[in-house]
Design a binder for this molecule. Structure first.
Ligand SMILES: *[C@@H]1O[C@H](CO)[C@@H](O)[C@H](O)[C@H]1NC(C)=O
Length: 187
């Protein structure tokens, strides 16, 4: 088993990768710092306030948000496909394949963001902001999380465990092994 400190290092490594990543799900302008500066200036503050309150109530929520973002990004980029519900024609999705926590919490964050600017902020960016704010609220660093991700409409259950990095990896091996669909590292 990895020790607690090395888990933190791996999560931090993942957040660093996300920070420098170019998501394949990005809009035409690519990812930008402050993508919602003019369309929804309160977006990031709203996510941060809700996430901080949730972590104060239940400190384990931080890990839940980072884990949701991690699994979302591993399948076809950070496109919120992890949030898609199964349907009668498609009973198997990422969500049904791996048990994760935090879906209700993400809905609450989404509701808070919709209340300040309806229909503007993607769920993919909400997951990214929530993961960033979780690392900070859990004692890590904060950083400008690039935004402008688009939400995907496909959730591929079979891809959930493909190329997933081992929890035993060192942070260096983790970054080497992280598939390009999750992050493109710039050195
Ligand atoms: C948003 O505002 C910040 C701070 O002024 C700035 O650094 C960033 O480039 C802006 N982003 C966009 C997309 O306008």
């Amino acid at each position: 088993m990895a020790t607690a400190p090395s888990k933190v290092v791996v999560l931090m490594a993942f957040m660093a990768a996300a920070l420098s990543s170019v998501s394949m799900a990005a809009g035409p302008a690519g990812l930008q710092h402050g993508f919602y500066n003019s369309s929804c200036p309160k977006a990031e503050d709203t996510v941060r306030n809700v996430v901080q309150g949730m972590i104060r109530n239940d400190p384990t929520m931080g890990a839940a948000f980072v884990r949701l973002f991690f699994h979302d990004c591993l399948v076809r980029g950070c496109d919120a496909s992890i949030l898609l519900d199964p349907t009668t024609s498609k009973p198997e999705t990422e969500k049904t394949t791996i048990p994760l926590r935090g879906y209700d919490a993400v809905n609450k964050i989404k509701d808070a963001v919709e209340a300040v600017c309806p229909g503007v902020v993607s769920c993919a960016d909400i997951l990214a902001f929530a993961a960033r704010d979780s690392t900070c609220a859990s004692g890590g660093f904060t950083f400008h999380m690039p935004s402008g991700r688009l939400d995907g409409f496909q959730s591929i259950a079979d891809e959930v465990f493909q190329g997933i990095p081992s929890p035993r990896f060192s942070s260096k091996n983790f970054l080497i092994a992280s598939p390009p669909r999750a992050s493109t590292l710039r050195t």
